[in-house]
Design a binder for this molecule. Structure first.
Ligand code: GLA
Length: 414
């Protein structure tokens, strides 16, 4: 299958960048990795909940070919100032070191480092050019890039990993262990497994994935991403890290008090929840607010899944909205610009639900919108957002997204 218009434009750009920077991609392959949109439970992955989401059509494209040497040479059209990132296999900076903090090169360094650490012997370098249109903060740009690099390097070295969950682990390790970002596995799962037109359901107890079709007769709707134009620093520098720590702290308090829980998602039973809140709500109000969100969002998750199966997108939207309120008021992981976007779209007829997306603080909010209300959303955001947030007047963007395959490889294009 051929490329879309955006894909074609990205490829044209990649060809030019390859030529200008002396990167040889002739006869190479193109791997396209997607972004993701989570329908639940946001911030549930590191708390042990089940997950549901889709792969969306904002992408990272990488054109590459094995270069017959032991050197990796890569150029990113998104970070042209970094020039060609070039290094020998086995020779990358130390994990989390100062030299990697400011360069996108930490991703390929990290991929090489983790693959080697995990015993995958690379002997073949690649030349490659990368270009992406995934906005930062909320759509999983970093997981998309890590996965793209892992899959491309494995392919160039003719190494096949059959267990896709292993690839998820590797991509998370690149971020956790090399870059120092404390992310979970939501992003990698939704991208690596994502299928056109399908929801991806993940069960952590079995580490299994199932595809769930949206029930017939659903209202025609769009997934809308409202990029605030703000820049979200890495998760290690965000509220995200603090929230993770708080959730772990509450689990350890509960364990010491004799509760048999290994993560907050284990608090599923209403009586157990009420008991914990009565016992610890006064002493640890903040930590208990974190539990309040996870408990309620986990309950809503099953309702949301049933509604999705039934094609009842209105209910999916309402739950998305309630999750957003919980993320804002109980989990306290949203940010002022993210909430401005939500406030603007919330009352527009045809907006079924809206909330902050992903890691939090900054980045993008999202909404589920009836197809016929898309123009109204664009117009309202176009008028109100620059008025409320003039400093981001020329940086914000509205993306109307489709549900697509998470990973695609094209041959014969270069
Ligand atoms: C970021 C992290 C994910 C997940 C989400 C919140 O995208 O990378 O692991 O925790 O935030 O749901």
């Amino acid at each position: 299958m051929g490329l879309t218009k955006e894909g074609q434009a990205a490829l044209d750009k990649i060809r030019r960048l390859a030529e200008d920077n002396g990167i040889d991609i002739r006869d190479g392959k193109v791997r396209r990795t997607s972004s993701r949109f989570c329908l639940g439970v946001e911030h549930g992955d590191y708390n042990g909940t089940e997950l549901f989401g889709v792969a969306t059509d904002r992408f990272i494209w990488m054109a590459y070919r094995p270069n017959g040497t032991e050197t990796i040479r890569l150029f990113s059209g998104n970070f042209p100032g970094d020039g060609v990132v070039e290094f020998k296999l086995g020779d990358v900076p130390e994990p989390k070191s100062a030299v990697i903090a400011e360069t996108w090169g930490r991703f390929p360094y990290g991929v090489e480092y983790i693959l080697r650490r995990e015993g995958y012997k690379l002997s073949q370098g690649i030349d490659g050019v990368i270009y992406g249109n995934i906005p930062g903060g909320g759509m999983s740009r970093s997981a998309s890039l890590s996965l793209n690099l892992i899959l491309s390097l494995l392919d160039a070295n003719a190494i096949e990993i059959k267990d896709k969950m292993k690839i998820v682990d590797l991509a998370q390790a690149v971020e956790n262990d090399y870059i120092g970002s404390p992310c979970g596995q939501l992003d990698q799962i939704m991208i690596l497994f994502g299928r056109e037109g399908m929801g991806t359901y993940y069960n952590p107890a079995k580490r299994s994935v199932e595809y769930v079709e949206l029930g017939a007769g659903a209202t025609d709707f769009r997934i809308v991403v409202l990029d605030t134009g703000t820049v979200r620093p890495g998760l290690e520098k965000s509220t995200y890290k603090i929230r993770r720590g708080q959730c772990e702290e509450l689990v350890s308090i509960l364990q010491k008090a004799g509760y048999k829980v290994s993560c907050l998602a284990d608090v599923k039973d209403e009586a157990l929840y009420e008991k914990i809140m009565a016992e610890f709500g006064g002493r640890y109000p903040d930590l208990c607010d974190r539990l309040k969100y996870i408990f309620a969002a986990q309950r809503r998750f099953y309702e949301m899944l049933e509604a999705w199966k039934a094609g009842d997108i209105e209910t999916v939207g309402q739950i998305f909205r309630q999750d957003g309120i919980g993320l804002r008021d109980d989990y306290k992981i949203s940010g002022p610009e993210l909430e401005t976007m939500c406030d603007i779209v919330r009352t527009i007829p045809g907006v079924l639900g809206e909330r902050m997306l992903g890691g939090g603080d900054k980045g993008a909010s999202g909404a589920l919108v009836r197809a016929e209300s898309i123009e109204a959303v664009k117009e309202a955001v176009g008028v109100a957002y620059p008025l409320s947030r003039p400093e981001f007047a020329d940086k914000y963007a509205v993306h109307i997204c489709k549900v697509v395959d998470g990973v695609k490889v094209y041959e014969g294009l270069l």
